[in-house]
Design a protein around this ligand. Structure first.
Ligand code: E4P
Length: 215
């Protein structure tokens, strides 16, 4: 499995990637603005990280200008392209140039399969936003995963837009390749309150018995 952080908080990215096995970073234009970052800062992150930056343009030409800009800043960047009619064309063009892409804002299996057909390297289905349309977002992504396996596609899923750990763990248990989660959700993932209670009890029992904080 691969774990991505869905953030543009540069300080936090540096701290977390230093201590945890994080494969890469995803963001979108709204996240970059919210976290007060710049595309240049995102593209300067440690080169071992897979960094995904989204294009903005509304035409093929404009999206390709954005793609060229981020590729000039970071040659191994993963260009994030929304699955609009224009975006599919851009995915196809970039794929022919061997540029790695992440097809994003995917809401159903048909979009996922067409993006894969256009040569996308990765797909970002929006789990929670699918749920907000009264559709089971978790099951939709599991269906995408099986459809890609059935077609022996090399395109991988980086599931996105999570609101809880149930959604994350169900997809990983089903074999989905990768997830991208917010720092808030990542903290809940690695700091389970029941685990913390159990460990606190072990420590306090030991201290009461031996008045010593080491074995
Ligand atoms: C990821 O790359 C997406 O842009 C992101 O996960 C969307 O999440 P949201 O639905 O919480 O905005």
């Amino acid at each position: 499995m691969e774990l991505y952080l869905d953030t543009a908080n540069i300080k936090l990215i540096k701290q977390m990637c230093e201590i945890y096995p994080i494969s890469g970073i995803t963001c979108n234009p709204s996240i970059v603005i919210k976290d007060n970052a710049t595309i240049e800062e995102m593209c300067s992150l440690d080169e071992r990280l897979k960094v995904c930056i989204q294009v903005i343009g509304e035409t093929v030409e404009d999206m390709l200008v954005d793609a060229d800009k981020i590729l000039a800043l970071r040659p191994n960047v993963i260009v994030k392209v929304p699955v609009t009619p224009v975006g599919y064309q851009v995915l196809h063009i970039l794929s022919k140039k061997k540029v790695h892409t992440l097809a994003t804002a995917i809401h159903n299996v048909a979009q996922a399969l067409f993006a894969a057909q256009c040569g996308a390297t990765y797909l970002a289905p929006y789990v929670n936003r699918i749920c907000e349309n009264d559709v089971d977002g978790v099951q939709t992504v599991i269906d995408m995963h099986h459809a890609l396996l059935n077609q022996q596609s090399s395109t991988k899923i980086i599931a996105a837009s999570f609101k809880n750990l149930y959604q994350v763990s169900t997809l990983l248990a089903a074999g989905v390749d990768a997830v991208t989660v917010s720092p808030e959700l990542f903290n809940k993932w690695i700091d389970n309150q029941d685990t913390r209670l159990a460990v606190d009890k072990f420590t306090s029992d030991w201290q009461k018995a031996f008045n010593y904080k080491h074995l």
